[in-house]
Design a protein around this ligand. Sequence first.
Ligand SMILES: C[S@@+](CC[C@H](N)C(=O)[O-])C[C@H]1O[C@@H](n2cnc3c(N)ncnc32)[C@H](O)[C@@H]1O
Length: 207
Amino acid sequence: MAEQDRKQHWERVYEEKAPDEVSWFQSVPEVSLDLIERHLPDREAPLIDVGAGASTLVDHLLARGYRNLTVLDIAARALAEARTRLGERADAVDWVEGDITCCELPGRYALWHDRAVFHFLTEPADRAAYVERLRRHLRPGGVVVIAAFSPEGPTMCSGLPIVQYDAERLAGELGEGFRHLESRQEAHRTPAGKIQQFGYHAFRRES
Ligand SMILES: C[S@@+](CC[C@H](N)C(=O)[O-])C[C@H]1O[C@@H](n2cnc3c(N)ncnc32)[C@H](O)[C@@H]1O
């Protein structure tokens, strides 16, 4: 999908639905929080949530004392929803509007979190561009957590085709230099009551 079409799609999604109506909504992103606290105990270390949308993850990370947070999304509207919800607390966060396959990132991170974003990249060139940014912006020794629909999960999300992943397939996409740490499964219940099988996969970038 071309960059402009992708942006239009996501801006429209957040125009038409409230943040707690989208199928991926979680009031408490428990698996993400657990993996982040386990693999990034240092509250000062820089963390990026890639394709965060209007996710509540940033609220919970701030509440747990994380102080060096970057939130990125292609949809300006999603970021605006999160900022409004956070009020003054939003000032402590770096907000980046951009397409992860082609935008500039402002820093280097100790943890890179992505829930349900990489799985939309159905073109090998887009995946290569994503991984190239990941390699450039994840510190050696840093951790990447990617959550995607698992092979038992849906084949579409938000009306778009996705690629299902297990740890092995994801490791193949990341390439050399990433060591698998752990995987978790989650049966996510959408606001409409459907169950979607997610896999969360954590890898450490070897120094
Ligand atoms: C299924 S939602 C998941 C949102 C959030 N990670 C969560 O778990 O609540 C996918 C998000 O990725 C964003 N997105 C899709 N493609 C993107 C891209 N190429 N670069 C940056 N963000 C993207 C969308 O705007 C949307 O907010």
